[in-house]
Design a protein around this ligand. Sequence first.
Ligand code: ZN
Length: 497
Amino acid sequence: MLDKRSGSRLANLWDDAKAEGMSGPELLVYRSNTLGSDKRVTNYGGGNTSSKVWQKDPLTGEDVEVLWVKGSGGDSASIKLDGFATLYMDKLRALKGLYRGLAHEDEMVGYLPHCTFNLNPRAASIDTPLHAFVPKPCVDHMHPDAIIAIAAAKDSKAITKEIFGDAIGWLPWKRPGFELGLWLEKFCLENPDAKGVVLESHGLFTWGDTPKECYETTISVINQAIDWFERKSQGKAIFGGEVVKALDAPARRAIAAKLMPRIRGLISEKSHKLGHFDDQPAVLEFVNSKDLRPLAALGTSCPDHFLRTKIRPLVIEFDPAKPDVDAVIARLADDIAAYRVGYQAYYDSCKRADSPAIRDPNAVVYLMPGVGMFTFAGDKATARISGEFYVNAINVMRGASTVSSYVGLPAQEPSTSNTGSSRKPSSSACRSRRRWPARSPWSPAAPAASAAPLPTGCCTKAPVLSSPISMRPRSPAPTKSCRKPSEKTSFARCGST
Ligand SMILES: [Zn+2]
């Protein structure tokens, strides 16, 4: 039984009295809602959960094993029964006989609807094989900040081993799909005592024989990671240390009020935008740091972040010790234009014949030393959520760069739009290094102090405080009024179904 510490650690919220009498699917909903209630466990819309339940087949009347797995869309915190896809386990296992190998992985997505149990209209996500092939009744796949900080570290395998020993394994980056499902199955069979796996550049898989065991393992593993980061970070400079001082709060807000309409005007040429300003301590710590520019240039650590924040922010050059906002405004148009040029170059570098048209080339996230972060989107809620996601990215960078070298997400080809549904995903993620123009807001002149050789990364989010990983509950999950970004993502999202 986990203890019920509060504060910096995740509390064990499992309530036996509540769970008593629930059916298997109801326990899955309860487990999912409980996990999703704390955004340190998984980001909004990220991750998924499953249970394998024996049910009566409506056709034969026989008991059959059914995989209940979070379907496309929705959020774990609020998901209900109708948010889960249901599939025959025997049919899912039979798909292995049809699998022709990695080069043909994408065609397996088309078979998933054929495995549907009880005519459930909820589409199965591309993560379905990951859950199906783990030979355990209950599986959690989460995107916890503390784990993604490990997954986004250059030596994530060694760190995983150091923290968890043999209890939690490690698998290298692999795009979610049929092949990764087979990898997970192989790992489980070869390591029957393991309780989970850290997926490089992605997140966490944990499992258990019962819903409660699975839930408690997930919480325990995340807490172990939080503990480890706290110990390892003691006495170390975060982000290379502070190089500029934040202005006081009224001054920060005055600058935001002056600058945001200017930015908005410059990026609303084709579609109107609304902005959100965030100067919480986690943001100020990052924008005032020595490593702001090299870390920002490395880009986000997670496809979820990519979708919400674009691959990287625009850093607004500003010296709070000699605040000259007029000078910032004077060069703002050029800075924004340069970002657009960089985004076009990025798009062109990964473009394929079947790629969708380039989306809005303007930055979503704007970071300003001494002041804070501006985020812009088509509506206020999306702008706020984009900011929350970038704070999640900051959390990951803090953890990974403090104990190791942070590794950003690889450049991804702007190919098919895939939000984790059973639609055909991009067949070949562009794993090459990002190619930025030599001099632009995309490619700051500052040396990449924390640059790592191989770009990888994954998904997360959440606010931060004193330690590398957020020890404070995040802001509440967005409500239904917070619609998803209208922009189409450009690659298969990892587990963000
Ligand atoms: Zn995932």
